[in-house]
Design a protein around this ligand. Structure first.
Ligand code: NAP
Length: 241
């Protein structure tokens, strides 16, 4: 099956790495980025599940590599980068999607649950950026999409705070701003909210499908040079922090 006509890449073929991609939004992101002509590195902390997911996508004619990756471990992030380097695979697009959700009100959360939330949702994205963004800067091109949430918004009344989860996503947005202000060249770093999505995290009652949810993610992954930098988006529209 030829997918060339569906490509969002007008020039050089890009390679995207997606974290937490064995299921949910991450898996769908791999599928849609692949369908648009990118080579995709599908990563997961569970190797069997991730390899199975990658195989499904390859069976659909997509160019998908697999790499084991636990974003809560610096050693795992470094090993992933090393293995990609050994295969001569450079990452042009980084999608920080891996996430965990702790629902308790913040005063009821256990310390370990709070720490795990920050380990994955905030520090996981930072570990990935710390390794992959300098290489993007050196090569003069990069797109980073931080999958955040409306629960991390600090200026919108009526939103549930989301306890540790909301704090982790507000912090992730702060990381987006910090990095976007730091990088030079054609590097775009943005946050997005996928909406409320029917995944294991979102539950079966959520109104959006993963397919609907990743439109903004795909757009941010393939922004032109004059595209937005350091913003927060839902449905391709800027939303308040
Ligand atoms: P999901 O179905 O629960 O998927 C979460 C993914 O993250 C899984 O692949 C999970 O792997 C992975 N993950 C968790 N900890 C990890 C770690 N330490 N290292 C690597 N991967 C890890 O949730 P989802 O709805 O697709 O969520 C994806 C992103 O969207 C998250 O950042 C979430 O906060 C955000 N989001 C979701 C919604 C929603 O309504 N669903 C709304 C706003 C934002 P395992 O399978 O091994 O657990």
């Amino acid at each position: 099956m030829s997918l060339a006509g569906d490509s969002v890449n007008q020039g050089e073929r890009r390679t995207a790495l997606v974290t937490g991609a064995n299921r949910g939004i991450g898996y769908e992101a791999c599928r849609q980025l692949g369908r648009r002509g990118m080579r995709v590195v599908l990563t997961s902390r569970d190797e069997a599940e991730g390899r199975r997911a990658a195989e499904h996508l390859r069976n659909q004619g997509l160019d998908v590599l697999y790499q084991i990756l636990d974003v809560s471990s610096s050693a795992s992030v470094e090993a992933c980068a090393r293995q990609l380097q050994q295969q001569d695979v450079a990452i042009d697009v980084l999608v920080n999607n891996a996430g965990v959700y702790v629902a308790e009100p913040i005063l009821d959360a256990t310390e370990s649950a709070f720490l795990e939330t920050l380990q994955v949702n905030l520090l996981g994205a930072w570990r990935m950026c710390r390794i992959f963004v300098p290489d993007m800067v050196a090569r003069g091109y990069g797109r980073v999409v931080n999958v955040s949430s409306g629960m991390g918004q600090m200026t919108v009344r009526g939103e549930p705070s989301g306890g540790a989860y909301g704090i982790s996503k507000a912090s992730l947005n702060a990381l987006t701003r910090e990095l976007a202000n730091l990088v030079q060249g054609d590097i775009k770093i943005n946050s997005m909210c996928p909406g409320w999505v029917a995944t294991r995290m979102g539950g079966s009652g959520a109104p959006r499908t993963p397919e609907q949810a990743v439109g903004t993610l795909v757009w941010l992954s393939s922004l032109p040079m004059d595209g937005p930098q350091g913003g927060f988006f839902r449905d391709r529209k800027s939303i308040p922090w």
